[in-house]
Ligand binder design. Structure first.
Ligand SMILES: NC(=O)c1ccc[n+]([C@@H]2O[C@H](COP(=O)([O-])OP(=O)(O)OC[C@H]3O[C@@H](n4cnc5c(N)ncnc54)[C@H](OP(=O)(O)O)[C@@H]3O)[C@@H](O)[C@H]2O)c1
Length: 841
């Protein structure tokens, strides 16, 4: 029926020039993006690779609300062959030339007056991209100011594409009105009508006596403006409507409208499926939805509208992983799956610039049983969401299944952004308490913690990255658990602690999520100390697809399986199991070189001294023992004995957690001693206490020598040819330990580091020691309550001797009554006994 009108629109003489001009604008947009990136201090060099987190945060300093826009910029640069995507990273494959954007812009303006509005707005935003992305300028005045002759309101109404598409909407509405019932007034609702750009085209063509027209928007400011703008039309009602809220609560009735017009609005809602269902509920059976939507991304639009938060609000990542627009066919499928029976498309062009938009007409289902009310009051999940989008995808999946997911993002301050989205400061216990109060902890079914995923991969680690990651990952989990326990709820939720590439499932697997590994020790300890919270540790594949990761998690959350430690790699699911390692007899005890130096950090401590004596006994002639304090008199005596036995013992006072101290220490060895050939990292401090009594400061103190210290040793000795690099870890990181969550967390890093070094071809072994004797009766009694027995020094040193002959990166050396393992650990046992290994299921 509309064919003649569409044909007339297609004949507009300016359409061809418009198309050519938009193509130029698309290329100019790339130049603006390149210029902005350079302005933010980054240069394109061939073969340089970028990873999104590091690029956004460290290299460009882009504010978090512009993260998705930056991702879109990267996508644009990939489209034009400046970047190439390789896995989760991008490589510069062509260095873009620096262009004179000003002259280009002026030439386009002279050549194509038809796009003056588009060009003006593109320049206004394009020139400021860098300052906006770095949060030095508010973009909204650039876009919306009424004082500007050209603003987005004018663009939406008067740009040539707006003229054509709005005319098309008007023609579709007029045709529908003509076809509608003549015996009563027709009820039309326009949603998200905003500045009335489309309304202005429709109203003059409506028969006033037959129509009730409800102009709606969720902003009162737009409603007031519209009342002034359309004062000549008496049949309009102005009402506030937020399609994301229950419609009845806003005074709307189901099945009340014959026609709903939604021009350029539905894409701006968070969940398209839900919005479409809500629209269907407002319509009578067989009522019409007339939808105007962009169906393909346009770069210049992203550079203008992409500066607004609303552009990137979408959270249905399964449907829209990167961009708010979906294609015409996706719209048709979506409509058919959510309450509409017939759909049709009116598009003025095929293949031309206007084919980037479509007017889609959909008829609501016949039967008048509206779809179920979307909002549910059922149990909900709290998702501490990551920047990659796994959390958002999870939220969508929960919603599709009819459950609620509330996302919480990490930020500077506490903020409730909507009913289902919060921001809190990860380093403030009070924010967690306020959050649980606000959402009501009694209906909390489960918690998924994904904040650890926002971490640079192992090859980009620095000490400060490690510290920040620990605070955001373990620190936030500590506060979360404390806040949960303080609610006093009798039924506590399950707690899913998620990392990515933080555990090794196979020998020499690259542990790219090394910085996240401490969460595993903490998680295992929470499981033991608070079995009422069902704590589950999940390690996702590093650099895997967001959708796949969210799917694996979602499936696991809904499964009845009892495992509480697992990892996903490709299509495989691994669980942790302890398997007995058969100890083969070593032919000869290990001997150490006379012409080498061996470094023992924590060398003046209990185990450090025992190991020093043993090294000397086994032939070592040059030892460096490091601790922060000077040796006690009794220790001096022991050291004298070693010197009398012919060894050179150098005591160096240094804090291993401080990079500069380690540098000085190593250069001292290099200058005055034989080459360093082996390291035993046994430095450590304890600050035990149950989780409710812990503070982040206490955690940080325990983590410093283990995390930063081990990292410095690894970083600064990589170039040396070492025979061994032994990390003195603990059974607590392997199994968890009540009252020792910080100790377990700190040592988990050592365990992951050993695997990481193996993946780099460097020597390393982490030993998860059970207790050694000679620690005092009280401490030994404490171990006994946990089912642990202590080794005597001779047994411990024998194990060390054995481990040094093995090529395994991790060995648990624990004397324990395995039949009395507490419940959360019992699942780790196979019939065969000890040695942890990933088992594929
Ligand atoms: N003993 C056991 O039964 C047992 C069981 C499992 C695991 N472990 C692990 O084995 C290691 C040794 O245990 P241990 O019983 O011998 O402990 P220890 O007697 O407390 O000795 C640890 C030593 O580390 C030093 N140290 C701490 N922080 C340091 C830093 N930042 N820089 C340099 N040195 C630092 C301490 O000296 P300053 O304070 O003077 O710096 C201390 O002498 C520990 O890492 C522990 O986690 C021990």
């Amino acid at each position: 029926r509309l064919q003649p009108e569409i044909a007339a629109l297609k004949k507009r003489p300016d359409l061809l020039a418009y198309w050519q001009a938009i193509e130029q604008l698309e290329m100019l947009s790339i130049d603006y993006v390149v210029k902005a990136i350079r302005k933010m201090g980054w240069e394109f060099y061939e073969y340089v690779k970028i990873s999104m987190d590091y690029f956004a945060e460290q290299q460009l300093g882009v504010a978090s609300q512009y993260r998705r826009l930056l991702e879109r910029f990267v996508e644009m640069l990939t489209e034009v062959g400046i970047l190439k995507q390789i896995g989760a990273r991008w490589e510069v494959i062509r260095v873009p030339e620096a262009k004179d954007i000003e002259t280009q812009w002026q030439t386009l303006k002279n050549q194509y007056p038809v796009v003056e509005m588009e060009l003006t707005l593109l320049k206004r935003c394009g020139d400021k991209l860098a300052t906006i992305l770095q949060e030095d300028e508010d973009p909204l005045p650039l876009l919306f100011s009424e004082n500007q002759a050209i603003n987005v309101a004018k663009l939406s109404q008067d740009a040539l594409s707006a003229q054509v598409m709005n005319t098309l909407v008007q023609q579709v509405v007029s045709a529908a009105v003509e076809k509608g019932p003549q015996n009563r007034r027709l009820r039309i609702l326009e949603m998200g009508a905003g500045t009335g750009g489309t309304t202005a085209y429709i109203l003059p063509h409506l028969p006033a006596q037959q129509i009730d027209y409800v102009f709606t928007d969720c902003s009162n400011a737009f409603l007031n403006q519209a009342q002034e703008k359309f004062g000549d039309y008496p049949f309009i009602q102005y009402r506030r409507l937020n399609i994301e809220q229950p419609i009845e609560k806003q005074g709307f009735k189901t099945g009340d409208y014959d026609i709903i017009i939604a021009a350029n609005v539905l894409h701006a809602t968070r969940y398209l499926r839900q919005s479409v269902q809500q629209v269907q509920r407002l319509l009578r059976p067989e009522g019409l939805l007339i939808l105007l939507e962009n169906t393909k991304p346009l770069r210049f639009l992203d550079l203008i509208f992409g500066l607004t938060e609303g552009w990137w609000r979408f959270q249905d990542d399964d449907l829209r992983p990167h961009h708010p627009f979906i294609s015409t066919s996706q719209w048709q499928t979506l409509l058919k799956q959510n309450g509409f029976q017939e759909t049709g498309v009116a598009s003025p062009e095929e293949g031309g610039i206007l084919s980037q938009q479509a007017v889609i007409i959909a008829e609501a289902v016949k039967d008048d049983a509206p779809l179920e009310e979307v909002e549910k009051t059922s149990a909900y999940w709290l998702i501490f969401a990551d920047k990659q989008g796994i959390g958002r995808s999870l939220q969508t999946q929960l919603q599709v299944q009819g459950d609620r997911g509330i996302t919480v993002f990490a930020g500077e301050s506490y903020e409730q952004r909507s009913e289902e989205n919060y921001q809190i400061n990860p380093e403030r216990l009070g924010d967690f308490e306020q959050l649980l109060k606000s959402i009501g902890s009694s209906s909390l079914q489960g918690i998924v913690h994904l904040w650890s995923l926002d971490t640079p991969s192992a090859n980009l680690i620095t000490t400060s990255v490690l510290e920040k990651t620990a605070a955001k990952s373990c620190g936030s989990v500590l506060y979360l658990i404390q806040a949960l326990l303080k609610t006093g709820e009798s039924k506590q939720p399950s707690v899913w602690l998620v990392t990515q590439g933080a555990v090794a499932t196979k020998a020499s697997a690259p542990v790219l999520g090394l910085a996240q590994s401490p969460l595993w020790g903490l998680g295992k300890s929470i499981a033991l100390e608070h079995p009422e919270l069902k704590t589950i540790l999940v390690d996702l594949e590093a650099q895997g697809s967001v959708h796949r990761a969210a799917q694996a998690l979602f499936d696991e959350m809904g499964s009845e399986r009892q495992d509480n430690q697992m990892a996903f790699r490709g299509e495989s699911r691994y669980v942790a199991r302890l398997v007995q390692q058969v100890q083969t007899e070593t032919a000869l005890p290990v001997t150490f070189r006379e012409d080498a130096t061996y470094l023992i950090t924590g060398g003046l401590g209990k185990l450090g001294l025992l190991v020093a004596e043993w090294l000397v006994k086994q032939g070592a002639k040059h030892l460096v023992l490091v601790g922060r304090s000077a040796p006690k008199p009794i220790t001096e005596l022991q050291l004298n004995k070693l010197e009398e036995a012919g060894a050179q013992i150098k005591v160096i006072q240094a804090d291993i957690a401080v990079a500069d101290s380690v540098t000085v220490l190593l250069s001292e060895i290099q200058q005055s001693l034989p080459p360093l050939r082996g390291i035993i990292h046994a430095a450590g401090v304890l600050d035990d206490g149950v989780l409710l009594q812990q503070t982040w400061d206490r955690f940080a103190k325990v983590m410093a020598p283990k995390v930063s210290g081990a990292w410095h040793l690894h970083q600064l000795t990589q170039h040396l040819s070492l025979d061994f690099f032994v990390l003195f870890s603990t059974a607590a990181s392997l199994l968890g330990s009540t009252g020792q969550a910080n100790h377990a967390a700190a040592n988990s890093f050592l365990d992951a580091l050993a695997h990481y070094r193996h993946s780099l071809g460097l020597p390393a072994v982490t030993i998860n020691w059970g207790p050694w004797s000679q620690q005092g009766a009280a401490r030994e009694a404490q171990f006994k309550t946990k089912g642990l027995e202590a080794f005597n020094p001779q047994q411990g040193l024998q194990i060390l001797d054995y481990v040094l002959t093995q090529a395994t990166p991790q060995v648990g050396a624990i004397k324990m009554n395995w039949s009395t393992l507490p419940q959360p650990l019992a699942g780790l046992l196979t019939t065969r006994g000890i040695e942890t290994r990933g088992i594929e299921t």
